[in-house]
Write a protein that binds this ligand. Sequence first.
Ligand SMILES: Cc1ncc(C[n+]2csc(CCOP(=O)(O)OP(=O)(O)O)c2C)c(N)n1
Ligand SMILES: [Mg+2]
Length: 1011
Amino acid sequence: MSQKLLVPDIGDFEKVEVIELLIKVGDKIEINDPIITIESDKSSVEIPSVSKGIVELINVKVGDKVSKGDLILSISSSKEIPVEKIIPKDTENIIKEAETILKNQKERTIKTRPTIDEKQKIIKPTNENDIDPLETNDWLESMSAVLEKDGKHRAQFLIKELIDYSYKEGSDLVLSRNTPYINTITPEKETKSKGDQNIERRIRSLIRWNAAAMVVRANKKFPELGGHIGTFASAATLYDVGMNHFWRAKNNKFGGDLVYFQGHSAPGVYARAFLEGRLNEKQLDSFRQEVKPGGLSSYPHPWLMPNFWQFPTVSMGLGPMLAIYQARYMKYLINRGLIKDEGRKVWAFLGDGEMDEPESLGAIGLAAREKLDNLIFVVNCNLQRLDGPVRGNGKIIQELEGIFRGAGWNVIKVIWGSYWDSLIANDKTGHLAKVMNETLDGEYQAMKARDGLYVRENFFGKYTETKELVSSLSDKDIWRLNRGGHDPHKVYAAYDQAMKNEGSPTVIIAKTIKGYGMGKTGESVNTSHQTKKLDVDDLLYYRDRFDVPLTDEQVRNVQYFKPDEKSPEIKYIKERRLSLGGFIPERTSYSKPIKAPAKDIFDFMKISTGEKEMSTTMALVRMLTNLLRDKNVAPRLVPIIPDEARTFGMEGFFQKIGIYAHEGQKYEPEDSAQLSSYREEKSGQVLEEGINEAGAMSSWIAAATAYTNHDIEMIPIYLFYSMFGFQRIGDLAWAAGDSQARGFLIGATAGRTTLAGEGLQHQDGHSHLIASTIPNCVSYDPTFHYELAVIFREGLRRMHEKNENIFYYITTMNENYSHPAIPKDKDCEEGILKGMYKIKEFNKFKKTKIQLLGSGTILREMLAGAEILQNEYHIDSEVWSVTSFSELRREGMEAERYNLLNPDQDQKISYVEQCLGKTEGPIMAASDYMRINSDQIRPYTKKSFYSLGTDGYGRSDTRKKLRKFFEVDKEHIVAYGLSILAKEQLIASKYAKEAIKKYNIDTQKPMPTKL
Ligand SMILES: Cc1ncc(C[n+]2csc(CCOP(=O)(O)OP(=O)(O)O)c2C)c(N)n1
Ligand SMILES: [Mg+2]
């Protein structure tokens, strides 16, 4: 039996052009197989089949315009399947279902005591999960009575007391954003570590010593090197417990946990690697001396230590944000079936001062929403940052608790060490908890800079009850009362619970002392962060404090200490790591390259579009649609969009590959009947980030480094308004370079005059300049679709097939125009990739010539200007399409450098010079970016060079007016061209003057930068 396939609902569009037939008569098709591609003036979408069978007849051809209900084709099929799109979830049913639930709820009778008045009826328990409604009612009635008798403040007070009490009794399921200033896990509920605490302490002491020695030695040699001792000193236990018991390394059986180390605690990580036998003394001695290969980088930089560091974290705030998106991306890969779910975790270590960076907290809502129980934050609250206290007048731990709990995180506070346990247990009157709550961070800090007597007087001395509590303790005992973050038992228990937590991310907020153990010079003092030199007395104190087995002489020489390979310490440290699968951090990749698609997949972009006009953004989307048909590439593409898919004409992707949503789609979308309906799915491929460029970039980095973190090569393509790219998330882009990311960044709707109506804050005139500052970012500003195809294909080949550690920034525009076929010249493709090629030559008059270089859409103004110069002024020209001024500059710099270093050798000729050296006439270059963009190649041309550009603030107007304003339209190109030729004494100046008059160019108008 025969069936008809019709054009489905395509939204607001009528008469949309068919641009591709993806089937032919006789083909066997399955449900969801794409059958044709249609294209409106903004986007192209594939229409999938809603039936299966053999194609009998095709009713449309390329170029036809179709609307909803038009016949596309008919197929023969044995089974009767409705021709209409499969009916979406029935709204009626959903409503009915909801009504039934509501009805049932109403009918559910709760046994309550007879109610006395109307008001009490309102507070009847109605919660379905209530296991004892009678008891609940008792409580509610009491509350009602309190409210009536003593008012809302008293009611609030009682609620708070109840919550605090339940917390103290061991319930961490609190209903308040804040809990008392004590540990979340009560001593009875602590899971005990199976580790040998004595050996672990000795190992930790050696790591502490070697980390400090490393910084001191480096600064003795070269005082300018700097470094930090105080940070790691405060975090040593937090790291050690993780290293000894929790963090599983990547190996051939397991994907590995991912740990984001706090940037300036790097010395501690090196010191441990030294004991593990991964680094030697010579390497420790090259800390912060990275110019000579083999030096240890100041902070975690994968670019500088590509086999060691995994994540760049030292730009505060990026670590937490990247870690959240890393954890989210891990779930994405699992939900898409690309990696196994092995219970891997992402750990991020952060400073309490660092939490003030907006990025640190900016994505915590997403982490909770996406139920990232594979994510664990550890915030080291040593109460200090660089200059002074983080919250001298407040309490950072309580503040963070409120914020994270409010966002939906599992919060574990690790405030007090084991020595406090009995005191807290004996705090029958609650006064100890009261002092703990009342004492400010500034006071806590000051206490640890003093001594036991000071603490007795100023802390315990506040109330008779607390004074009494410690009356049997000596000052030394009081001084020994430790903070939670320095107690391996407390830290172990917290990590253990974090590992077991399900359904939400965990934050461990640990209290420590900055410069722990450093004594007078560096412990808990405001200058702790800056301390990088310790004098002999401090070193001796540090040695004694941690029982490091060094003689005074060895201490004076600041020697490292590493026990014998056969010592229990070294055996223990190695055994621990062996049992956890290997070393951390370590950066490796076992991903397989992706075979670049056959060239012909791009061929459709090498022919002319004829009359048809389209933007390069649309050409890109067309290209991606085609790439999604390549079986090697398709599953690896990760389109990432911050809420602009429709702007870029990408809504077709919603249905085709779905939007990633970890819970799938729990609602029927409003537009479910339409072809491009908003489809969320657990295995969705598109990362739709919402209005969140930093988040989108973090996702992109996670995907772009999946080759090392998950051993799977992915192809992330992040499309954004070009102005909200590098300018907005520049530091993340720099971190992407450091991380050796591989993928595409697409600055869409690019240019300062091409994006016409949006105005000052949208119009980008400098993203290419920022992109060019990142050494491994390759950027292009193509004009025509074939240029885009050549560039993109090469990007795929270099990054994902050949695994070069580079990433691409390509700008695409929203200006519609027709695209010519790729020039026949055999060197054209090479020129496109190198950065320029000759696109047209005007050679009619053979008298006066000018070289015209154009980039992006301004190339078209150049071409139009060249036409006028030829026809109206008899000026010949060569027009060059410059696909990348930045790449030309890089090549030019290299050639120049070689020549300067090798004055007696054959001199290299830069590619710019190869193109322009033998040409006639001066050069005029222009782009839709600031003049400095085209000026990049000025030093490599040996000719007169003039550039036009869009310097100044953008503004909203028509494209034509904007180009006139910024003086990059064809009329200015003609006038400036003539003026340049006059200045070079190649023509008389009157021609230029005439043109200026003819085109109404106001010579008195100030520079656009001043307007
Ligand atoms: C974006 C950024 N701003 C400033 C710095 C300089 N800096 C490095 S560490 C630091 C203080 C860190 O304090 P905190 O986060 O509390 O960490 P702690 O050393 O106390 O553990 C500052 C300001 C930086 N690395 N990154
Ligand atoms: Mg701090």
